[in-house]
Design a protein around this ligand. Structure first.
Ligand code: SF4
Length: 468
């Protein structure tokens, strides 16, 4: 009998080309996703070295970070954004790479379109020049973000030199209460284990709560793995995974799908696989969760108070003090009732159709006050089309939200969607770092899309369960 293994070990071993003298593994990359921000320099380096893309059919491109969401007419008003897109178009053309541009009907945030096109599949290695590539682990892939020089390496060789991480299994038992979502689960995990708790680990998510998640919920969960310090996070593939993939454009078709299914089933973790660490959490302990600080681990349940300095360990006090000062919040005060100026629903964490459906369910219950700017930005053109077919833009508009074109929008604000001054934003995105949403003094409160919609209606942080 071969030794029992985790999915991570099976996928890693299946893609290992060789062990390198320094102890790293040369790993073959099955799917390479690129976008306009981290690829231009990589292509320039390739050109300087007079190299071609080694496997153009394994690389796919989209435009997401810089694309405006009000009007996507070319040329863009921002000449730098236009130039970045022109570079991407030229690089894809020159190297024979498939580019999902706005005219393709398949454009969107890279971590939204990969799964929806069926490009991301179980047992793959996936790399992209973007930290939130961990998203694709929802399918039982080993997926991680890479830097620009590594984008060059994958373009040139389809391989990367990597250190092998250890594997931590995180089990979430029981079930979630109403109004508690995958976003709350991952914020809870990061809060418990810390933003650096996963450094050197790949996270395997498991347990009844995770296994009951839809694919879109698993995508949200895996998306924020990197915010907990782990580069890789995955869920073992199961019937929910296979049902999602069947019939998708780039998934295997017909008999090839049945053959793939046998491999996908085989790569799931063995029941008696051993892990370097196991963490157990309970679904009933998780409530709608909101960040109060300047990293995603600085979070509390919506019914809890913001921590007081005296309540945190001495070594954490300087960071907590810095966060409270920046956010203008007071330790011991409730997070509920914190006033907001902006509400943002979108991003690769929570810009999918199920996110928009939940937010619309809340939006039906009221109207955004005039002083709050509220944006809904679908994660892709396909999400936008589906939302339009279901009449969701009308629901949002009737409640006072602005319905936009697909893109990263205010998640990173490399486009015209930005906070102004010290605005406070209730956001369904994944990072609340200082300056993340376009204003150096802008403040971000991370929460689920339903919680964002609720905050938009009330003009302050509120427990969505009061509305649902
Ligand atoms: S939505 Fe945000 S986190 Fe996701 S790819 Fe775009 S900028 Fe990065």
């Amino acid at each position: 009998m071969p030794p029992a293994k985790s999915l991570f070990d099976k996928v890693w071993d299946a893609h290992a080309v060789r062990e390198l003298p320094g102890g790293q593994t040369q790993l073959f990359i099955g799917l390479h996703l690129i976008h306009e921000v981290t690829s231009p320099q990589a292509f320039a380096m390739l050109r300087d070295m007079k190299l071609r893309v080694r496997f153009p059919r394994l690389t796919f491109a989209t435009v997401d970070h810089i694309i405006p969401t009000e009007s996507q007419r070319r040329p863009f008003q921002d000449s730098l954004a236009e130039e970045m897109l022109v570079h991407l178009e030229r690089n894809c053309r020159e190297h024979g790479i498939r580019f999902f541009d706005a005219a393709s009907g398949r454009q969107g945030i890279v971590h939204v379109i990969g799964p929806e096109l069926g490009l991301t599949q179980p047992g793959m290695t996936v790399a992209c020049g973007d930290s939130h590539t961990s998203t694709h682990g929802a399918f039982g892939a080993v997926a991680f973000g890479i830097g620009t020089s590594q984008v060059r390496d994958v373009l040139a060789t389809q391989c990367l030199a990597l250190d092998r991480p250890r594997v931590r299994r995180i089990e979430v038992g029981g079930k979630l209460g109403g109004g508690v979502y995958a976003k709350d689960v991952i914020l809870h995990i990061i809060r418990r284990l810390g933003v650096n708790g996963g450094v050197g680990f790949a996270y395997e998510y498991a347990g009844p709560v995770i296994e009951a998640f839809s694919m879109e919920e698993r995508l949200t969960l895996c998306n924020m793995t990197i915010e907990g310090g782990a580069r890789v996070g995955y869920v073992n593939p199961d019937d929910i995974t296979y049902a999602w993939l069947r019939g998708r454009e780039y998934a295997p078709q017909g008999a090839a799908f049945e053959r793939a299914l046998a491999w996908w089933r085989a790569i799931a973790s063995d029941a008696d696989a051993r892990y370097d660490d196991v963490v157990r959490l309970e679904g009933r302990d998780i409530q709608p969760t909101v960040t109060w600080g300047i990293n995603p681990g600085q979070a509390c349940g919506v019914s809890e108070p913001i921590p007081r300095l005296a309540d945190v360990p001495a070594q954490a006090r300087p960071q907590v003090a810095e966060a409270l000062a920046f956010m203008g919040l007071v330790g011991g005060a409730p997070i509920a009732g914190t006033k907001i100026d902006v509400a943002f629903i979108g991003s690769c964490t929570n810009g999918r159709i199920s996110d928009l459906r939940e937010a619309a369910r809340v939006a039906r219950a009221g109207r955004v006050p005039a002083r709050v700017r509220a944006l809904v930005v679908p994660g892709s053109q396909a999400v936008a089309r589906q939302a339009e077919a279901e009449g969701l833009p009308e629901v949002f508009r009737a409640a006072g939200f602005d319905w936009r074109e697909p893109g990263c929008s205010m998640c990173l604000a490399m486009n015209p969607d930005k906070l102004v001054g010290r605005e406070v934003c209730a956001s369904s995105s994944n990072r609340n770092f200082k300056g993340r949403q376009g204003s150096p003094t802008g403040r971000t409160l991370l929460m689920s899309p339903a919680m964002v919609a609720a905050a938009a209606l009330r003009g302050e942080v509120v427990d969505v369960r009061e509305i649902l």
